[in-house]
Design a protein around this ligand. Structure first.
Ligand code: V47
Length: 411
């Protein structure tokens, strides 16, 4: 009953533009009627974007899954080169992913790059990777390396965060993806990811990126051992940084997938928890323009429904997703633009093809099929003298058991 009464007060705050508090967020998690919470989030979504629902054409490259960190939720990483299932792409292989799209006449506008923390790759591997991709398609937007990777590069190559970002920027980096944030609360980080950067370090990488003019995204990994308070606290810390810098474009709640990782005894979030978390994110993060329902993670049907619970973006065509498919995601590896359009229209929303920075590329009648919005892309071969650092690691496509630490901590 109290949660019901408090919803009226929260509604007043939302309508008058007053930021919600931690207590409000917890109330929204406790409120028995999901649809009332969703309707309020939908008001905000429609105030900001009307029916517009964004998507893009992108390609994922996970150049290596070798990772020094031991995040317990991760099914993708392998501790060392040579471990079963470990791989590291040669640069030519990574560039070949884009070349294949160009040769297929697929006008992708973004490459999303997220990797493990590989102890053996030189900094040049990353700058060459970016430069080679830009040579193949100079207009491509490179959204690459989570804050965790940037922080790792700074430590490993003994540079400041600012220098790492400047050097990567000079090589072609255009923005940062939002991964690696997980849950900021130290209690949770200690249990699920105690050997990578802290919450403050993650936030600081984004602060520096925003200061030098890079746009970034932000995420929250939910549905494992965190409490409602810890989720809200996480969102409020993102909101505070956004108040300071204004550099976040999109918040992406990432639903935990339990297969093949050290937390696999956990059930993962339910559909109701997914929708409620999306709605609450829209309500709390009034200063972050977009909320992304990443269909790969959520499943196509829940992502479509989330468009009425605060979300205004479905991410993209994706292609080659590895992180969630190795954790049990049952979604397809890729979606054709026409299928994304169909899903959005079927949800009663208006599809808009965007670029990574949310410039509108196409909407309305032009979006009814694949063909009218194909654009010509320039094709050029990378001019690189030497092939990449050949790592000697076997390329393995099959998913082998992840190295696990023991499983006793889940609380
Ligand atoms: O940091 C890893 C998450 C993130 C699992 O910026 C898992 O547009 C669920 O950065 N279950 C990386 N989640 C992905 C990422 C991303 C994804 C989509 C869009 C954008 C963007 C960025 O994936 C990791 C971690 O939080 N993750 N394992 C898992 N088992």
């Amino acid at each position: 009953m109290t949660a019901r009464l408090n919803l009226a007060a929260i509604r007043d705050k939302v309508r008058s533009g007053e930021p919600l508090s931690l207590e409000d967020g917890v109330t929204l998690y406790q409120h028995p009627n999901l649809l009332e919470v969703g309707a309020l989030a939908n008001e905000v979504r429609e105030r900001l974007h009307g029916d517009r629902t964004f998507f893009n054409r992108n390609l994922h490259i996970n150049a290596t899954n070798v990772c020094e960190a031991s995040c317990r939720f991760c099914s993708f990483a392998r501790l060392a080169p040579g471990d079963p299932g470990a791989y590291t792409m040669s640069l030519d292989e990574a560039w070949g992913k884009l070349r294949a799209r160009v040769d297929a006449g697929d006008p992708i506008t973004e490459i999303h790059i997220v990797n493990g923390l590989h102890p053996g790759l030189p900094f040049d591997y990353y700058t060459d990777l970016l430069q080679g991709l830009k040579r193949i398609q100079p207009t491509i937007h490179l959204k690459a390396f989570t804050a965790v990777e940037i922080f790792y590069f700074a430590r490993k190559f003994e540079m400041s965060i600012d220098t790492v970002l400047q050097k990567l920027g000079a090589a072609g980096l255009d923005s940062l993806p939002g991964g690696g944030a997980e849950i900021f609360a130290p209690r949770v980080r200690k249990k699920i990811c105690d050997d990578k950067c802290t919450a403050d370090e993650w936030l600081d990488v984004h602060r520096v990126a925003h200061r030098i003019g890079l746009r970034t995204n932000c995420t929250m990994l939910y549905g494992h051992i965190e409490s409602a308070e810890e989720r809200i606290d996480h969102m409020l810390r993102l909101r505070a940084l956004q108040d300071e810098t204004g550099g976040f474009q999109t918040f992406i709640p990432l639903a935990f997938h339990p297969d093949g990782n050290a937390l696999m005894k956990l059930p993962g979030p339910t559909g109701v928890e997914d929708l409620r978390t999306y709605a609450i994110a829209r309500l709390l993060l009034h200063n972050i323009p977009h909320i992304k329902a990443y269909w790969i993670m959520l499943g196509v049907k829940t992502a479509q429904t989330a468009l009425w619970f605060g979300a205004d973006d479905l991410d993209g065509t994706v292609q080659e997703e590895k992180i969630y498919h190795m954790a049990g995601a049952e979604t397809p590896q890729a979606m054709r633009p026409a299928e994304i359009v169909r899903i959005i229209v079927n949800a009663g929303r208006a599809p808009v093809e965007r670029d990574t920075l949310y410039n509108v590329l196409s909407e309305g009648a032009a979006l009814t099929s694949d063909k009218p919005f194909r654009r010509k892309v320039r094709r050029a071969e990378p001019q690189v003298a030497s092939a990449p650092a050949a790592t000697g690691e076997p390329e393995q496509s099959s998913v082998s058991p992840t190295r696990h630490r023991s499983l006793e901590i889940v609380s």
